[in-house]
Design a binder for this molecule. Sequence first.
Ligand SMILES: [Mg+2]
Length: 122
Amino acid sequence: MARILIVEDNEKNRLLIRDILHHYGHEVLEAFNGREGLDMALEQLPDLIFMDIQMPVMSGLAAGEALKADPRTRNIKLVALTSFAMKGDRERILASGFDEYMSKPLDTRRLPHLITELLGGA
Ligand SMILES: [Mg+2]
C-alpha cells in the first residue's frame, strides 16, 4: 500500500483515479490545483503523485518543476496526466522532471502496473 496524491481540477477524472487506487488498497490524498498540490506534497510527503497538467492557479508543469527542485520532495514519483496529444509533449514533460506520463482518456488498466513499476511493488 502506498500514499498517493491526486492533483486534478476535473472531478470526474479525480474520482475515477481515486476509485481505482482505493480498490488496490492505497491511501489517497487529493488536491485541486498545482498550488494546493505543492502544499499538500510538502505537508504529507506522498510516495507518488498523479499531476494533471492543465489546471487553474498553478499548472501541473510548474508544480512538478517546483517539486523536483526541492530536496524534500524531489524523490516523490511524479506522473503527468495530460490531454495534450502533440508530438514532443512527452519529451517536454519528462524534461521537466516527471517520471512518467499518462494521456487522457486514461487507460485505467495501466494505472496499477504503472504504480508497481514506479514504486517497486510497494
Ligand atoms: Mg485539468
